[in-house]
Design a protein around this ligand. Structure first.
Ligand SMILES: [Zn+2]
Length: 473
Protein backbone atom coordinates (compact mmCIF):
# COMPACT_ATOMS: atom_id res chain seq x y z
CA UNK A 1 0.00 0.00 0.00
CA UNK A 2 1.39 3.41 -0.95
CA UNK A 3 0.38 6.74 0.58
CA UNK A 4 1.14 9.91 -1.38
CA UNK A 5 1.79 12.09 1.66
CA UNK A 6 2.44 11.86 5.41
CA UNK A 7 -0.77 11.56 7.42
CA UNK A 8 -3.01 9.38 9.58
CA UNK A 9 -5.17 7.07 7.49
CA UNK A 10 -8.02 4.64 8.22
CA UNK A 11 -7.79 1.24 6.52
CA UNK A 12 -10.74 -1.13 6.27
CA UNK A 13 -10.01 -4.71 5.30
CA UNK A 14 -12.58 -7.40 4.55
CA UNK A 15 -11.64 -11.06 4.38
CA UNK A 16 -14.07 -13.69 3.15
CA UNK A 17 -13.86 -17.46 2.99
CA UNK A 18 -16.68 -17.60 0.43
CA UNK A 19 -16.30 -17.96 -3.32
CA UNK A 20 -16.57 -15.06 -5.76
CA UNK A 21 -19.94 -16.48 -6.83
CA UNK A 22 -21.25 -16.50 -3.24
CA UNK A 23 -20.03 -12.94 -2.74
CA UNK A 24 -21.95 -11.88 -5.86
CA UNK A 25 -25.06 -13.52 -4.42
CA UNK A 26 -24.51 -11.60 -1.18
CA UNK A 27 -24.39 -8.36 -3.10
CA UNK A 28 -27.57 -9.19 -5.02
CA UNK A 29 -29.33 -9.90 -1.72
CA UNK A 30 -27.76 -6.94 0.02
CA UNK A 31 -27.09 -9.23 2.99
CA UNK A 32 -23.70 -10.55 4.19
CA UNK A 33 -24.77 -14.20 4.42
CA UNK A 34 -21.33 -15.67 3.69
CA UNK A 35 -18.40 -15.56 6.10
CA UNK A 36 -16.96 -12.06 6.14
CA UNK A 37 -14.65 -10.54 8.73
CA UNK A 38 -13.89 -6.84 8.66
CA UNK A 39 -11.04 -5.16 10.47
CA UNK A 40 -10.26 -1.48 10.99
CA UNK A 41 -6.79 -0.04 11.55
CA UNK A 42 -5.20 3.39 11.47
CA UNK A 43 -1.84 3.90 9.76
CA UNK A 44 0.49 6.74 10.72
CA UNK A 45 2.83 7.85 7.92
CA UNK A 46 5.37 10.22 9.41
CA UNK A 47 8.99 11.35 8.99
CA UNK A 48 9.56 10.56 12.67
CA UNK A 49 8.48 6.97 12.05
CA UNK A 50 5.12 5.42 11.27
CA UNK A 51 3.04 2.74 12.92
CA UNK A 52 -0.24 0.83 12.75
CA UNK A 53 -2.81 1.43 15.51
CA UNK A 54 -5.52 -1.06 16.47
CA UNK A 55 -7.52 1.77 18.03
CA UNK A 56 -7.80 5.37 16.88
CA UNK A 57 -5.15 7.44 18.71
CA UNK A 58 -6.65 10.83 19.71
CA UNK A 59 -3.19 12.18 20.72
CA UNK A 60 -2.62 12.77 17.00
CA UNK A 61 -4.96 15.75 17.37
CA UNK A 62 -2.87 17.36 20.13
CA UNK A 63 -0.10 18.39 17.72
CA UNK A 64 -0.28 22.19 17.46
CA UNK A 65 2.15 22.41 14.55
CA UNK A 66 -0.01 20.52 12.06
CA UNK A 67 -3.56 19.31 11.43
CA UNK A 68 -5.29 16.57 9.42
CA UNK A 69 -7.14 17.42 6.21
CA UNK A 70 -10.20 15.35 7.20
CA UNK A 71 -10.33 16.29 10.87
CA UNK A 72 -9.64 12.89 12.41
CA UNK A 73 -7.79 11.47 9.42
CA UNK A 74 -6.11 12.42 6.16
CA UNK A 75 -2.89 14.16 5.20
CA UNK A 76 -0.92 16.38 7.56
CA UNK A 77 -0.90 20.12 6.81
CA UNK A 78 1.13 22.73 8.67
CA UNK A 79 -0.87 25.17 10.78
CA UNK A 80 -0.49 28.65 9.33
CA UNK A 81 0.10 31.66 11.56
CA UNK A 82 -1.52 34.79 10.13
CA UNK A 83 -1.21 38.16 11.87
CA UNK A 84 -3.19 38.47 15.08
CA UNK A 85 -5.85 41.17 15.21
CA UNK A 86 -7.80 41.98 18.34
CA UNK A 87 -11.47 42.87 18.05
CA UNK A 88 -14.65 42.44 20.14
CA UNK A 89 -16.11 38.95 20.40
CA UNK A 90 -19.11 38.01 18.30
CA UNK A 91 -21.63 35.21 18.40
CA UNK A 92 -21.23 33.14 15.26
CA UNK A 93 -24.19 32.43 13.03
CA UNK A 94 -24.57 29.04 11.45
CA UNK A 95 -26.72 26.98 9.17
CA UNK A 96 -27.31 23.35 8.28
CA UNK A 97 -28.84 24.20 4.92
CA UNK A 98 -27.15 22.99 1.77
CA UNK A 99 -24.97 25.86 0.62
CA UNK A 100 -25.65 26.66 -3.01
CA UNK A 101 -23.15 29.46 -3.33
CA UNK A 102 -20.56 29.06 -0.60
CA UNK A 103 -19.90 32.31 1.24
CA UNK A 104 -16.24 33.21 1.56
CA UNK A 105 -16.84 34.35 5.15
CA UNK A 106 -18.18 30.91 6.19
CA UNK A 107 -16.41 27.85 7.50
CA UNK A 108 -18.06 25.02 5.57
CA UNK A 109 -17.79 21.34 6.38
CA UNK A 110 -19.31 17.93 5.99
CA UNK A 111 -19.30 15.12 8.57
CA UNK A 112 -18.52 11.96 6.60
CA UNK A 113 -18.25 8.20 6.99
CA UNK A 114 -17.32 5.27 4.79
CA UNK A 115 -20.47 3.38 3.79
CA UNK A 116 -20.22 -0.20 2.56
CA UNK A 117 -22.21 -0.57 -0.66
CA UNK A 118 -23.30 -4.11 -1.47
CA UNK A 119 -24.09 -3.25 -5.08
CA UNK A 120 -20.44 -2.46 -5.84
CA UNK A 121 -18.79 -4.31 -2.97
CA UNK A 122 -16.87 -1.14 -2.19
CA UNK A 123 -16.85 1.66 0.35
CA UNK A 124 -17.93 5.17 -0.60
CA UNK A 125 -17.78 8.48 1.27
CA UNK A 126 -21.20 9.62 2.53
CA UNK A 127 -22.40 12.46 4.73
CA UNK A 128 -23.68 11.69 8.24
CA UNK A 129 -27.20 13.12 8.12
CA UNK A 130 -28.26 14.86 11.34
CA UNK A 131 -24.92 14.64 13.17
CA UNK A 132 -24.53 17.13 16.02
CA UNK A 133 -21.87 19.71 15.13
CA UNK A 134 -20.61 21.89 17.95
CA UNK A 135 -17.47 23.72 18.98
CA UNK A 136 -15.99 27.18 18.89
CA UNK A 137 -14.43 29.80 16.68
CA UNK A 138 -10.81 30.33 17.73
CA UNK A 139 -8.38 33.18 17.28
CA UNK A 140 -4.79 32.67 16.18
CA UNK A 141 -3.74 32.23 19.84
CA UNK A 142 -6.50 29.65 20.22
CA UNK A 143 -8.78 31.88 22.31
CA UNK A 144 -12.49 31.15 21.75
CA UNK A 145 -14.23 34.07 20.01
CA UNK A 146 -17.66 32.41 19.75
CA UNK A 147 -19.45 29.09 20.13
CA UNK A 148 -21.79 27.11 17.87
CA UNK A 149 -24.04 24.05 18.19
CA UNK A 150 -26.14 22.77 15.29
CA UNK A 151 -27.27 19.65 13.43
CA UNK A 152 -25.78 18.75 10.06
CA UNK A 153 -28.30 18.59 7.21
CA UNK A 154 -29.44 15.49 5.30
CA UNK A 155 -26.12 15.47 3.39
CA UNK A 156 -24.07 15.87 6.58
CA UNK A 157 -23.21 19.46 5.56
CA UNK A 158 -22.94 22.44 7.90
CA UNK A 159 -21.75 26.01 7.77
CA UNK A 160 -20.52 28.42 10.46
CA UNK A 161 -20.09 32.19 10.13
CA UNK A 162 -17.91 33.34 13.03
CA UNK A 163 -18.87 36.98 12.39
CA UNK A 164 -15.36 38.20 13.08
CA UNK A 165 -12.23 38.49 10.94
CA UNK A 166 -10.36 37.36 14.04
CA UNK A 167 -11.51 33.76 13.54
CA UNK A 168 -8.49 31.75 12.47
CA UNK A 169 -10.13 28.32 12.71
CA UNK A 170 -13.20 26.55 14.04
CA UNK A 171 -12.75 23.64 16.40
CA UNK A 172 -15.44 21.07 15.51
CA UNK A 173 -16.87 18.08 17.34
CA UNK A 174 -18.99 16.02 14.95
CA UNK A 175 -20.94 13.78 17.32
CA UNK A 176 -23.22 10.84 16.49
CA UNK A 177 -25.87 12.44 18.66
CA UNK A 178 -29.34 13.35 17.47
CA UNK A 179 -32.98 13.41 18.48
CA UNK A 180 -33.29 10.69 21.14
CA UNK A 181 -30.10 8.86 20.22
CA UNK A 182 -26.39 8.70 20.93
CA UNK A 183 -24.05 6.25 19.18
CA UNK A 184 -20.67 5.41 20.72
CA UNK A 185 -17.87 2.91 20.17
CA UNK A 186 -17.81 -0.56 21.74
CA UNK A 187 -16.31 0.68 25.03
CA UNK A 188 -18.78 3.58 25.12
CA UNK A 189 -16.06 5.85 23.67
CA UNK A 190 -16.57 8.81 21.33
CA UNK A 191 -17.17 7.53 17.78
CA UNK A 192 -17.50 10.81 15.83
CA UNK A 193 -14.85 13.28 14.72
CA UNK A 194 -12.76 15.97 16.40
CA UNK A 195 -11.34 18.34 13.84
CA UNK A 196 -10.64 21.86 12.72
CA UNK A 197 -11.43 23.94 9.67
CA UNK A 198 -8.94 26.74 9.05
CA UNK A 199 -9.44 30.18 7.63
CA UNK A 200 -7.31 29.12 4.67
CA UNK A 201 -10.30 26.93 3.65
CA UNK A 202 -12.95 29.70 3.92
CA UNK A 203 -15.47 29.25 1.16
CA UNK A 204 -14.53 25.60 0.56
CA UNK A 205 -16.25 22.52 1.95
CA UNK A 206 -13.96 20.49 4.20
CA UNK A 207 -14.74 16.82 4.91
CA UNK A 208 -14.39 15.67 8.52
CA UNK A 209 -14.31 11.85 8.72
CA UNK A 210 -15.67 10.03 11.78
CA UNK A 211 -13.51 7.55 13.68
CA UNK A 212 -16.02 4.65 13.65
CA UNK A 213 -17.78 4.08 10.30
CA UNK A 214 -20.05 1.32 11.63
CA UNK A 215 -21.23 3.61 14.45
CA UNK A 216 -22.06 6.28 11.86
CA UNK A 217 -24.05 3.72 9.84
CA UNK A 218 -26.04 2.80 12.98
CA UNK A 219 -26.67 6.51 13.64
CA UNK A 220 -27.89 7.10 10.07
CA UNK A 221 -30.12 3.99 10.19
CA UNK A 222 -31.59 4.91 13.58
CA UNK A 223 -32.56 8.39 12.39
CA UNK A 224 -33.96 7.01 9.15
CA UNK A 225 -36.12 4.24 10.65
CA UNK A 226 -36.63 4.46 14.40
CA UNK A 227 -37.67 8.07 14.86
CA UNK A 228 -41.17 7.35 13.46
CA UNK A 229 -41.87 4.69 16.07
CA UNK A 230 -43.53 7.03 18.61
CA UNK A 231 -46.07 8.15 16.02
CA UNK A 232 -46.75 4.59 14.88
CA UNK A 233 -47.21 3.08 18.36
CA UNK A 234 -48.55 6.09 20.28
CA UNK A 235 -45.90 5.55 22.95
CA UNK A 236 -42.42 6.93 23.50
CA UNK A 237 -39.27 6.12 25.43
CA UNK A 238 -36.21 7.97 26.75
CA UNK A 239 -33.16 8.54 24.50
CA UNK A 240 -31.27 5.37 23.59
CA UNK A 241 -27.51 4.77 23.50
CA UNK A 242 -25.83 2.33 21.13
CA UNK A 243 -22.36 0.84 21.51
CA UNK A 244 -20.98 -0.25 18.15
CA UNK A 245 -17.88 -2.35 17.52
CA UNK A 246 -15.88 -1.72 14.37
CA UNK A 247 -13.46 -4.56 15.04
CA UNK A 248 -13.37 -6.42 18.34
CA UNK A 249 -15.76 -9.33 18.97
CA UNK A 250 -18.99 -8.01 20.48
CA UNK A 251 -22.53 -9.36 20.77
CA UNK A 252 -25.52 -7.74 19.06
CA UNK A 253 -28.26 -7.38 21.66
CA UNK A 254 -30.22 -5.09 23.97
CA UNK A 255 -29.26 -4.87 27.64
CA UNK A 256 -32.45 -4.15 29.64
CA UNK A 257 -30.52 -3.68 32.90
CA UNK A 258 -28.29 -0.90 31.57
CA UNK A 259 -30.68 0.15 28.79
CA UNK A 260 -28.31 0.27 25.84
CA UNK A 261 -27.97 -1.59 22.55
CA UNK A 262 -24.83 -3.43 21.44
CA UNK A 263 -24.08 -3.82 17.72
CA UNK A 264 -21.29 -6.25 16.88
CA UNK A 265 -18.68 -6.07 14.10
CA UNK A 266 -20.09 -6.60 10.58
CA UNK A 267 -23.58 -6.11 12.01
CA UNK A 268 -24.12 -2.46 11.05
CA UNK A 269 -23.77 -2.56 7.26
CA UNK A 270 -26.18 -3.38 4.45
CA UNK A 271 -29.75 -4.60 4.91
CA UNK A 272 -28.66 -6.78 7.84
CA UNK A 273 -27.51 -3.58 9.53
CA UNK A 274 -30.93 -1.98 9.05
CA UNK A 275 -32.69 -5.04 10.49
CA UNK A 276 -30.31 -5.20 13.47
CA UNK A 277 -30.75 -1.54 14.40
CA UNK A 278 -34.56 -1.69 14.18
CA UNK A 279 -34.93 -5.15 15.79
CA UNK A 280 -32.74 -4.24 18.78
CA UNK A 281 -34.49 -0.90 19.13
CA UNK A 282 -37.72 -2.93 19.14
CA UNK A 283 -36.46 -4.66 22.31
CA UNK A 284 -35.46 -1.31 23.84
CA UNK A 285 -38.84 0.19 22.94
CA UNK A 286 -40.73 -2.86 24.23
CA UNK A 287 -38.94 -2.83 27.58
CA UNK A 288 -39.02 0.91 28.32
CA UNK A 289 -42.14 2.19 26.51
CA UNK A 290 -44.46 -0.81 27.00
CA UNK A 291 -43.51 -3.43 29.59
CA UNK A 292 -40.61 -2.52 31.94
CA UNK A 293 -40.74 -6.06 33.36
CA UNK A 294 -40.69 -8.28 30.27
CA UNK A 295 -37.33 -10.00 29.91
CA UNK A 296 -36.71 -13.18 28.03
CA UNK A 297 -35.22 -16.56 28.61
CA UNK A 298 -34.56 -18.69 25.54
CA UNK A 299 -33.30 -21.74 27.45
CA UNK A 300 -30.26 -21.97 25.18
CA UNK A 301 -26.55 -21.14 25.62
CA UNK A 302 -26.13 -17.31 25.73
CA UNK A 303 -29.85 -17.02 24.86
CA UNK A 304 -28.95 -17.70 21.22
CA UNK A 305 -32.13 -18.19 19.20
CA UNK A 306 -33.10 -18.94 15.60
CA UNK A 307 -36.32 -17.35 14.39
CA UNK A 308 -37.82 -20.64 13.17
CA UNK A 309 -36.94 -22.90 16.14
CA UNK A 310 -39.00 -23.59 19.29
CA UNK A 311 -37.55 -22.39 22.63
CA UNK A 312 -39.81 -20.96 25.35
CA UNK A 313 -43.01 -18.90 25.57
CA UNK A 314 -41.03 -15.86 26.84
CA UNK A 315 -38.43 -16.15 24.07
CA UNK A 316 -41.14 -16.41 21.39
CA UNK A 317 -43.04 -13.45 22.86
CA UNK A 318 -40.09 -11.05 23.29
CA UNK A 319 -38.31 -12.02 20.06
CA UNK A 320 -41.55 -12.32 18.11
CA UNK A 321 -42.50 -8.79 19.09
CA UNK A 322 -39.07 -7.46 18.01
CA UNK A 323 -39.31 -9.32 14.66
CA UNK A 324 -42.80 -7.90 14.09
CA UNK A 325 -41.62 -4.42 15.14
CA UNK A 326 -38.69 -4.53 12.69
CA UNK A 327 -40.83 -5.77 9.78
CA UNK A 328 -43.53 -3.16 10.45
CA UNK A 329 -41.18 -0.19 10.99
CA UNK A 330 -38.88 -0.97 8.04
CA UNK A 331 -41.89 -1.52 5.77
CA UNK A 332 -43.27 1.89 6.75
CA UNK A 333 -40.12 3.49 5.29
CA UNK A 334 -38.99 1.12 2.52
CA UNK A 335 -42.23 -0.62 1.42
CA UNK A 336 -41.52 -3.48 -0.98
CA UNK A 337 -37.81 -2.54 -1.05
CA UNK A 338 -37.66 -4.46 2.26
CA UNK A 339 -38.79 -7.70 0.57
CA UNK A 340 -35.20 -9.01 0.45
CA UNK A 341 -35.00 -8.84 4.25
CA UNK A 342 -35.39 -12.08 6.22
CA UNK A 343 -38.61 -11.65 8.22
CA UNK A 344 -40.06 -8.78 6.19
CA UNK A 345 -43.74 -7.82 6.31
CA UNK A 346 -44.67 -9.96 3.27
CA UNK A 347 -42.90 -12.97 4.77
CA UNK A 348 -44.82 -12.60 8.06
CA UNK A 349 -48.09 -12.21 6.15
CA UNK A 350 -47.42 -15.40 4.16
CA UNK A 351 -46.10 -17.12 7.33
CA UNK A 352 -44.57 -20.36 6.02
CA UNK A 353 -43.60 -21.10 9.67
CA UNK A 354 -47.14 -22.00 10.74
CA UNK A 355 -46.63 -25.68 9.94
CA UNK A 356 -43.29 -26.06 11.77
CA UNK A 357 -44.81 -27.43 14.97
CA UNK A 358 -45.63 -25.71 18.27
CA UNK A 359 -45.80 -22.06 17.13
CA UNK A 360 -46.40 -20.88 20.70
CA UNK A 361 -42.63 -21.38 21.18
CA UNK A 362 -41.46 -20.07 17.75
CA UNK A 363 -40.72 -16.35 17.39
CA UNK A 364 -41.55 -16.16 13.65
CA UNK A 365 -45.02 -17.61 14.31
CA UNK A 366 -45.72 -15.11 17.10
CA UNK A 367 -44.40 -12.28 14.88
CA UNK A 368 -46.83 -13.42 12.16
CA UNK A 369 -49.70 -13.38 14.69
CA UNK A 370 -48.82 -9.80 15.69
CA UNK A 371 -48.75 -8.87 12.00
CA UNK A 372 -52.21 -10.31 11.31
CA UNK A 373 -53.57 -8.42 14.32
CA UNK A 374 -52.29 -5.12 12.92
CA UNK A 375 -52.42 -5.35 9.13
CA UNK A 376 -55.09 -4.12 6.75
CA UNK A 377 -55.68 -4.53 3.03
CA UNK A 378 -53.80 -1.26 2.50
CA UNK A 379 -50.51 -2.78 3.70
CA UNK A 380 -47.59 -3.50 1.39
CA UNK A 381 -47.21 -7.23 1.99
CA UNK A 382 -47.34 -8.86 -1.43
CA UNK A 383 -51.11 -9.48 -1.50
CA UNK A 384 -53.74 -7.02 -2.71
CA UNK A 385 -56.33 -7.72 0.02
CA UNK A 386 -55.86 -8.92 3.62
CA UNK A 387 -56.01 -12.62 4.50
CA UNK A 388 -57.97 -11.83 7.66
CA UNK A 389 -60.56 -9.29 8.81
CA UNK A 390 -58.95 -8.39 12.15
CA UNK A 391 -57.17 -5.06 12.48
CA UNK A 392 -56.39 -3.27 15.72
CA UNK A 393 -54.00 -0.38 16.14
CA UNK A 394 -50.38 -0.79 17.22
CA UNK A 395 -51.29 1.14 20.36
CA UNK A 396 -54.13 -1.32 21.09
CA UNK A 397 -51.71 -4.26 20.76
CA UNK A 398 -49.30 -2.65 23.24
CA UNK A 399 -52.21 -1.84 25.57
CA UNK A 400 -53.04 -5.56 25.81
CA UNK A 401 -49.36 -6.27 26.56
CA UNK A 402 -49.14 -3.57 29.19
CA UNK A 403 -52.46 -3.64 31.02
CA UNK A 404 -53.34 -7.32 31.34
CA UNK A 405 -52.78 -9.37 34.51
CA UNK A 406 -53.20 -13.13 34.80
CA UNK A 407 -54.00 -15.07 37.95
CA UNK A 408 -52.19 -18.39 38.59
CA UNK A 409 -53.03 -18.11 41.55
CA UNK A 410 -51.23 -14.78 42.18
CA UNK A 411 -51.90 -11.90 39.81
CA UNK A 412 -48.93 -11.11 37.52
CA UNK A 413 -48.15 -8.94 34.53
CA UNK A 414 -47.61 -10.73 31.22
CA UNK A 415 -44.38 -11.59 29.40
CA UNK A 416 -45.13 -14.92 27.66
CA UNK A 417 -46.79 -15.79 24.36
CA UNK A 418 -49.58 -17.90 25.92
CA UNK A 419 -50.36 -15.04 28.31
CA UNK A 420 -50.63 -12.55 25.46
CA UNK A 421 -53.01 -14.84 23.57
CA UNK A 422 -55.28 -15.26 26.61
CA UNK A 423 -55.22 -11.51 27.22
CA UNK A 424 -56.00 -10.61 23.59
CA UNK A 425 -58.83 -13.16 23.56
CA UNK A 426 -60.18 -11.87 26.88
CA UNK A 427 -60.33 -15.48 28.13
CA UNK A 428 -58.09 -17.83 30.10
CA UNK A 429 -59.64 -20.77 28.25
CA UNK A 430 -57.58 -20.50 25.04
CA UNK A 431 -55.38 -23.53 25.76
CA UNK A 432 -58.43 -25.72 25.18
CA UNK A 433 -58.26 -24.68 21.52
CA UNK A 434 -54.58 -25.69 21.09
CA UNK A 435 -53.68 -29.10 19.65
CA UNK A 436 -53.32 -31.75 22.36
CA UNK A 437 -49.68 -32.33 21.31
CA UNK A 438 -48.83 -28.72 22.25
CA UNK A 439 -51.07 -28.15 25.26
CA UNK A 440 -48.23 -28.81 27.72
CA UNK A 441 -46.64 -25.46 26.72
CA UNK A 442 -49.78 -23.55 27.71
CA UNK A 443 -49.91 -22.54 31.38
CA UNK A 444 -53.16 -22.78 33.35
CA UNK A 445 -54.65 -19.51 34.65
CA UNK A 446 -57.72 -18.99 36.78
CA UNK A 447 -58.55 -15.45 35.71
CA UNK A 448 -57.41 -12.23 34.07
CA UNK A 449 -58.00 -8.50 34.40
CA UNK A 450 -56.87 -5.22 32.81
CA UNK A 451 -55.40 -2.27 34.72
CA UNK A 452 -56.94 0.22 32.27
CA UNK A 453 -59.50 0.29 29.49
CA UNK A 454 -58.25 -2.19 26.87
CA UNK A 455 -60.26 -2.75 23.68
CA UNK A 456 -59.86 -6.31 22.38
CA UNK A 457 -60.23 -7.86 18.93
CA UNK A 458 -63.26 -10.04 18.19
CA UNK A 459 -62.70 -13.21 20.21
CA UNK A 460 -63.64 -15.86 17.66
CA UNK A 461 -61.79 -14.09 14.82
CA UNK A 462 -58.69 -13.73 17.01
CA UNK A 463 -58.89 -17.38 18.04
CA UNK A 464 -58.95 -18.34 14.36
CA UNK A 465 -55.88 -16.09 13.81
CA UNK A 466 -53.69 -17.70 16.45
CA UNK A 467 -54.75 -21.24 15.58
CA UNK A 468 -53.83 -20.54 11.96
CA UNK A 469 -50.52 -18.72 12.61
CA UNK A 470 -49.24 -21.06 15.36
CA UNK A 471 -50.64 -24.45 14.29
CA UNK A 472 -51.83 -24.12 10.68
CA UNK A 473 -55.35 -25.00 11.86
ZN1 LIG B 1 -33.95 -10.02 19.50
Amino acid sequence: MTFAAPGYYPVITSVSTSSAEEQTQDRDLGVPVSNVVTSNRWILIDKQGGRIDDQYDPRILDDTSRYLTEGSTGEFRPRLTPAVSLSPQHQPSYSAAAVSSVSTSDFNGRITYQRFDFASGAYSTQGVAGARVYGYCASIDDEPVGYFDLAANAQGIFSVDCNTPEAYRISVQGALTGLGVQVNGSSNNFAGVNGSIFASSLGQQVDLAVINNEAAQVFVNHLRYNVNVSTMFGRSRSPITYRVSNGAAFATNYDPGLDFIRIGPNSAVGRNGVINVVHEYGHAFHYVAIEPWATYFCSSPSNVHAYNQPYTTSCAFIEGFADFFAARVINSIDGSLAFGDGLHQGELEANPYRSLGNGLLIEASIAALFMDLADTQADIDGITADDDSVSISLFAITQIMKQCRLVSPNSALLSHSDQFINCAAGSVGERAFAPSSAIGSWAVYSGLSYDASTPLPNQSLFRALWRFNLYNL
